[in-house]
Design a binder for this molecule. Sequence first.
Ligand code: TXA
Ligand code: MG
Length: 347
Amino acid sequence: ETKYLIVDKNVDSSSVYTQAVDFLNSGEVVAFPTETVYGLGAVATDEEAVQKIFTAKGRPSDNPLIVHLHNKEQAKEYVTAISEVAQKCMDAFWPGPLTLIIEAKPNVFAANVQAGLSTVGLRVPNHPVALRLLEEIKKPLAAPSANRSGKPSPTKAEHVAEDMTNRIACILDGGITGVGLESTVLDVTVTPPVILRPGGVTKEMLEKVIGTVIQPTNNEQESAEAPKAPGMKYTHYAPEAPVVLIEPTIEKVQQAIEQLQAEGHRVALLASESFAESKANYFFTYGKDGNVKEMSVALYDALRACDKTDATIILATTTAHVGVGVAIMNRLEKAAGGAWHTNNSEN
Ligand code: TXA
Ligand code: MG
């Protein structure tokens, strides 16, 4: 039995938080909204509770979890040192969608949180429900995204319920999340710092605050021998039907739909509003043309919506690798396993 609790900012939610805190303190897992995606939380010092996260997700045990704090002052209790670069990042972007990889003090978290690494990923989420939960429990919460491993991350409590009902104790429903993509993961143990996962805090935003930042391309990341963010080596964000990518031009998309349908496919198209009139069997919109914010918010919901249809292939239009577009393309390229639509007549 999973308890599903709605947190409505217009009504007194005290009893909801009391119940959630009780579950967490008794070693159970509680899903909660953050500004990026929903997280699957457990007390980060409770090894058995953290193990329940791995089990509920079906997550490989060598993939470490992000620890969520209530405020930046707490960070110093858990890490060996806060460098000038780390401090600047905390001051500029916390609370917010930036995870910092820092050398952890030994034995401050349950061993499975860091999955054997000496570092830990820390962040302060910018969401009223996450912040109130952290404030009331007064303990750090380990929380990966609240999806089954390999599935698109949840941006709505309904997505969490799809993946986690009867697998965890409680789901806090705080509505749709704001950013829609997971946090930027920045390794500040190296100079210059390296973006291990692109997200809502972009390279450009970081460089204004701390100077040069390295952002490996998806290809560079995939060919790296030992992936620095262990999670990046697994298949990710993938719906059931195969995803193929295509540039967002009306003619290319229409031609691709015709070709795929001629091959016997039922096509789900993911694209901006101006593609609504296409002949695809199903259409899910990213929002207004060229609006990467709307695209981020809509992406995972749209991928999950495709799975509710009988589409046999998902044609997803791309965006430029600029700003937040880098994070969107990172997720799309992983969802597609690198597959782009190729025009038969050109082969
Ligand atoms: O927005 C987010 O970051 C969401 C919300 C819930 O906070 N959380 C999230 O967690 O996306 P998860 O576990 O799905 O992704 C964490 C990523 C993984 O790729 C993991 O390998 C990497 O961060 N990571 C965690 N700790 C690390 C560490 N010590 N060193 C390198 N990478 C680490
Ligand atoms: Mg995840």
